[in-house]
Design a protein around this ligand. Structure first.
Ligand code: SF4
Length: 384
């Protein structure tokens, strides 16, 4: 049996940030206990009769750190009852600075959480205000210190570049400030302006300037230099890690591996099926009260599912694997898996992208070039 990763979605936030279009809600805190019970029921349903081995768990959101330790315990107990969690499993929780104290972090560490991902986003007060984040950078510094005090030393920090009004200098300052915290892992995301968000409205009515893609490219390159100088390995388009600290959970996604997505709005990929769970937490809780589960990997809360065709599996393998910068896509492994050479299937676009110096083929591996890192979406588009 293949080892799985489990993603558990927690759709609660205290306040909605100005750029956010994630599946999260600010007025449903009274549902948390019922939601934890529903997640435990979903764990039981999807597991089926077999105890699948699991090597990573990831509580994402939303703001998972709003869940009380007792609520998390309900979920984790179900996971341990129905799956075999490896002794070295990476168990991550996303957290917002300002939502955690030492007692909380100690409690979640005692429950088995051994990695925390902090949404810091910027060290600059004006930028945090634009994003409508609820914390300042001092809260991030405190949160990181408290996590270490609680015994959680594997720490990721998220930062955002490409923000309207952000400069190269202010970005370098944020990266430097975060480097002084010595996290084991950094995720740097380019701001995407999503429809329906306040930041999109401000852009349309001229309250803020449009983002500058050339500046964003310079910010990305500059951060790469800063992080390399501090010993971080740039292993995925948006992710850097100290040696030995690549995110195991996300590696499952990038190797097109199997993972179960549990919780409102979660997505999963297992047994040749891609699926998504209903988004609305109240509907999700209701659906988990139904008895007749479809069976592994689906629960009664599944909104849609699709059996992947062979061409879809090939494209997924190519696009996810190319995100890994050193690893890239091993041509022989692709051929072994699909019984067809990658160049037979994608010869023309691969040739063209190599000619444009966005892809390279060496040592039997296809990789994005450094020029292709920032243009990866355009590269991937050629295969769709
Ligand atoms: S904390 Fe994260 S999930 Fe919650 S509103 Fe802000 S960006 Fe969205």
């Amino acid at each position: 049996m293949n080892s799985l990763s489990l993603y558990l979605h927690i759709p609660f936030c205290r306040h909605r940030c100005a750029y956010c279009d994630f599946n999260t809600y600010t007025s449903l805190a009274d549902l948390q206990l019922d939601y934890a019970a529903a997640l435990a029921a979903e764990v039981r349903q999807v597991a089926g009769a077999e105890r699948h081995p699991v090597h990573t768990l990831f509580f994402g959101g939303g703001t998972p750190s709003l869940m009380m330790p007792g609520e998390l315990e309900v979920i984790l107990t179900a996971v341990h009852t129905h799956f075999t969690i490896s002794e070295t499993a990476e168990i991550t929780m996303e957290a917002n600075p300002g939502t955690v104290d030492l007692a909380y972090l100690t409690a979640v560490h005692n429950l088995g959480i051994n990695r925390i991902s902090f949404g810091v986003q910027s060290a600059i007060p004006g930028e945090l205000a634009l994003l409508e984040r609820e914390h300042d950078f001092a809260a991030a510094v405190t949160a990181v210190q408290l996590a270490r005090q609680a015994g959680i030393t594997n720490l990721n920090v998220d930062l955002i570049y490409g923000m309207p009004g952000q400069t190269l200098a202010s970005w370098a300052e944020s990266v430097q400030a975060v480097l002084s915290l010595q996290p084991t892992h950094l995720s740097l995301y380019c701001l995407t302006i999503e429809p329906g968000t306040p930041i999109k409205r401000w852009l349309e009515n001229g309250r803020i300037p449009p983002p500058d893609p050339d500046l964003a490219a310079d910010q990305y390159a500059l951060a790469g230099e800063q992080l390399a100088a501090h010993g971080y390995d740039h292993y995925e388009i948006s992710n850097w890690a100290m040696p030995g600290y690549a995110c195991e959970h996300n590696l499952t996604y990038w190797r097109n591996g199997e993972y179960l997505g549990l919780g409102a709005g979660a997505h999963g990929h297992a047994a040749g099926i891609r699926y998504e769970v209903v988004k609305q937490p109240r509907v999700y809780i209701r659906r988990l009260q139904q008895a007749e589960a479809p069976g592994y990997p689906l629960s009664t809360a599944v909104a849609a599912h699709h059996t992947l065709t062979r061409p879809e599996q090939m494209t997924d393998t190519l696009i996810t694997q190319l995100r890994l910068l050193d690893e890239g896509l091993e041509m022989a492994a692709f051929e072994q898996k699909f019984g067809q050479s990658l160049l037979d299937v994608y010869g023309r676009p691969v040739e063209q992208l190599i000619e444009w110096e966005l892809l390279s083929l060496a040592d039997g591996r296809l990789r994005l070039t450094s020029k292709g890192w920032f243009l990866s979406n355009q590269v991937f588009y050629r295969f769709l």
